[in-house]
Design a protein around this ligand. Structure first.
Ligand code: GDP
Length: 449
């Protein structure tokens, strides 16, 4: 779904919350406006957008952000949860014997989707077969057969038979060795009565376990009529959104899901049989917002209430000198510095370590120099990292740097700078690890006091 814009603009407005512990009504208004603008541009129906905005507003203002959680994280996790609720769970597709009927307009991608789904089932260890009943579109038979070949699955069609219901019946019989049957139907360019009659007849003949509606992501508001007509005639259990790799907007899919009271089953992301994904709401919304794994963030916020309090009380700076210095330590360090001044000044107060021949003189000038501005952007960058990355920054490679930069709205240069800074601090601390106990204790006292 092309909501890239949403990720960017949302990051900007959320960025302003960095360092704040509370959100104001104006903050929330601004964030909600960004969301509304992006969703409406993506063709999501106005009433759905309003519903979403109201619940975000209400929750962001009423719910207390748990102790130790920044306003930014709190609001972001609410936005995420509400958007996941908007798109809903994915349609249940059990890995067992079943018959699936595909409905949709001509050109929506049914034939392609039939092959993709068959490929998907075959990768799950099932034996799928495609039954092609489209007698209307010239070339449907050849196309379906060719794609079934590419997916390496069973196929039935009959280019000489004109009755789609007979083809459907014969097809199920001819492919009785298969355990999953995917029945492709004719589309026509509009919803004519005879198309509806035909699909109802096929439905009666094959008695499917589920009917899935195939929708082109570009459909927009037209999705509503289509969805409700198919739903009225055969009942729709799930929606497949195709062509999400294009410039399509995708908002119509949410309208269709809402209209049919169903859910999204699969996403089509290209013309090849492999270009299919099972719809997974949390990953989908995280990607939509362009912000790493937000599910993790929500869980973190949920845990924060109990944990942070204890953690902060228990945190012993000496631990930092014993084990691995992680980015989390660095973040804590940066927060602590807000209270006690820059680390190099603290070091200066310790005999044998500060300026004038002390250990600090041997370090590069900027080893401890984390200015307020850099600190703030470092914090924003760290918010876009996963838990694993914070624990083990050494494993962050070029692709992660790219993702983190995108996620935080900062330059890749800045991300690398943060990693460099962390490395320097960690090396510095390693040097301290070797120093005498007396000095260490004095330093700790200064740091804590
Ligand atoms: P049908 O008339 O509903 O059976 O639609 P088709 O399966 O023939 O698809 C119509 C066109 O859309 C074909 O050119 C497909 O290659 C293309 N198509 C289908 N799904 C996708 C998709 O997910 N991405 C892209 N880029 N093209 C798709």
């Amino acid at each position: 779904m092309v909501l890239d814009d949403l990720g960017n603009s949302l990051r900007d407005s959320l960025g302003k919350l960095s360092g704040q512990s509370r959100v104001t009504e104006e903050d929330v208004e601004e964030i909600v406006k960004e969301i509304q603008r992006s969703l409406l541009q993506a063709d999501v129906e106005v009433s759905l957008v309003m519903e979403l905005s109201d619940s975000i507003k209400e929750r962001a203002l009423e719910e207390e952000s748990p102790a130790g959680t920044s306003a930014r994280d709190h609001v972001l996790s609410i936005v995420y949860e509400e958007m996941v609720a908007l798109v809903g769970d994915s349609t249940e597709i059990p890995l067992e014997e079943q018959t699936i009927l595909l409905a949709g307009l001509q050109g929506s991608g049914k034939t392609t989707t039939a092959a993709k789904m068959a490929w998907w089932f075959s990768k799950k260890g099932l034996r799928p077969a495609i039954v092609q009943t489209d007698t209307f579109r010239p070339g449907a038979y050849d196309q379906a057969k060719e794609m079934a070949g590419r997916a390496e699955v069973d196929f039935y069609g009959d280019p000489d038979e004109e009755d789609p219901v007979k083809i459907a019946r014969d097809g199920l019989e001819a492919t009785s060795d298969a355990d999953v049957h995917i029945v492709d139907t004719a589309g026509r360019h509009a919803l004519e009565d005879d198309l509806i009659d035909e699909i109802e007849d096929i439905e009666r003949a094959v008695d499917p376990d589920r009917n899935l509606l195939v929708l082109d992501a570009a459909i927009g508001q037209g999705a509503k009529d289509q969805a409700s007509q198919f739903d009225d005639s055969i009942g729709i259990e799930g929606v497949i959104v195709t062509k999400l790799d294009g410039t399509a907007k995708g908002g119509g899919a949410l309208t269709a899901v809402n209209e049919t009271d169903s859910s999204i089953a699969f996403l089509g992301t290209g013309e090849e049989v492999k270009n299919i994904e099972r719809f997974e709401p949390s990953g989908f919304i995280s990607r939509l917002l362009g912000m790493g794994d937000l599910k993790q963030l929500t869980e973190r916020v949920e845990r924060a209430m109990e944990e942070t309090q204890e953690e902060e009380e228990d945190w012993d700076p000496e631990d930092m000198l014993k084990g691995e210095f992680t980015l989390k330590d660095m973040r804590r360090q940066m927060q602590a510095m807000n209270n006690m001044g820059p680390l190099d000044q603290v070091m200066d107060m310790i005999p044998g370590m500060g300026g004038g021949g002390g250990l600090m003189d041997e370090l590069p000038d900027d080893a401890m120099d984390v200015t307020q501005d850099r600190m703030r952007s470092f914090e924003v960058i760290m918010d876009s990292m996963t838990e694993a990355e914070l624990e083990n920054p050494r494993a962050i490679g070029a692709s992660q740097v790219e993702r983190i930069a995108k996620g935080s709205g900062k330059d890749e240069e800045r991300v690398r700078e943060l990693l460099e800074q962390h490395k320097m601090m960690s090396q510095t601390l390693k040097q301290f690890q070797g120093m005498g106990q007396g000095n260490m204790e004095r330093m700790m006292k200064k740091m804590q006091g």
